[in-house]
Design a protein around this ligand. Structure first.
Ligand code: C2E
Ligand code: MG
Ligand code: MG
Ligand code: MG
Length: 279
């Protein structure tokens, strides 16, 4: 019996793996096609607010993919796929171009884009970013790049080199999802940055003493290093009030605004009194 059960388990496992691989390859194929034809790919923008004045200080570009059959697929699902199959470089280019267009339309705003470590380490990345900005006539100081540290160590130091080149040109860097995974206290010594974005998992749990203690430690550390601080995932009034008291510079989250589609983002920016509605 044991043998039969074992074989059966193996067969089920094998089939399952097969299916997963097939699904993955299909997803890669569809993603490549979407990226090549630029269909179904859109950039949304989530406003970031000053904790002090409630004004919009910048917008974070967040890529969206509407799959022809499967519907909306989360970037948490397709960005790792894009990193594996190389489509991440084209996605990054699409997002950057969209951000440049928005900044050209609204000369007072700043935009943050997300970039994968693999993207930054790709040869020619700094030059591609700087020429996209130059072509659109946008000062590099209006762009911030958010980096999530991944497990992949920067072996040849190419990512660090790219960060350095871009920072020298005036682009700012933020460490995204700070406090999670590899984006923690030891890494911050190694990567040059201007800002930390405290991961929303900590903000979410701030009603608990130990999570609040961690948020306070992150804020103290960032302030000691002269870094700006954004709290992401602010969903309640209590969180907002606490973060303001603790000295967070910028706040972002569903309480203040969800990510906005192209038209809604433009409507917000056109209304030049744009301030957080809940202030
Ligand atoms: P992220 O950069 O940390 O972006 C924040 C994510 O949290 C976004 O999810 C946003 O919609 C969500 N969010 C914002 N406020 C709240 C809130 O109050 N509550 C909750 N529950 N969620 C909130 P999204 O758009 O699904 O993006 C997920 C991740 O995908 C991003 O995390 C980023 O790492 C990655 N990503 C998105 N766009 C790009 C891109 O253009 N390039 C690259 N390389 N990665 C991207
Ligand atoms: Mg981000
Ligand atoms: Mg984040
Ligand atoms: Mg993230």
């Amino acid at each position: 019996h044991a043998k039969a059960a074992g074989r059966n388990t193996y067969a089920v496992f094998g089939t399952h793996m097969d299916e997963l691989l097939k699904k993955r390859r299909a997803l890669e194929h569809d993603l490549r096609e979407a990226v090549e034809s630029k269909t179904g790919i859109e950039v949304h923008y989530q406003p970031v607010f000053s904790a002090e004045t409630n004004a919009v200080v910048s917008l974070e570009a967040l890529v969206r993919w509407q799959h022809p059959e499967l519907g909306f697929i989360s970037p948490d699902v397709f960005i790792p796929v894009a990193e594996d199959c190389g489509a991440i470089n084209q996605i990054g280019a699409i997002v950057l171009e969209d951000a440049c267009t928005l900044m050209a339309e609204f000369p007072d705003i700043e935009v943050a884009i997300n970039a994968s470590p693999t993207e930054l380490a790709a040869p020619g990345y700094p030059l591609r970013v700087l020429s996209a900005l130059a072509k659109a006539g946008i000062k590099p100081s209006r762009l911030e790049i958010e980096l999530t540290e991944s497990a992949a160590a920067d072996e040849n130091g190419r990512m660090a080199q790219a960060v350095s080149t871009l920072r020298n040109a005036g682009i700012r860097f933020a460490i995204d999802d700070f406090g999670t995974g590899y984006s923690s206290f030891s890494r911050i010594q190694k990567i040059e940055a201007d800002r930390i974005k405290i991961d929303r998992s900590f903000i979410n749990e701030m009603h608990k003493d130990d999570s609040r203690a961690l948020v306070i430690a992150m804020i103290n550390m960032a302030q000691a290093k002269g870094l700006m601080i954004t709290a992401e995932g602010v969903e309640t009034h209590e969180q907002r009030e606490q973060l303001m008291e603790l000295g967070c510079d910028h706040l972002q989250g569903f309480l203040l605004s969800r990510p906005l589609g192209p038209a809604a983002a433009r409507a917000l920016l056109a209304d030049h009194t744009y301030e957080c509605a809940i202030a």
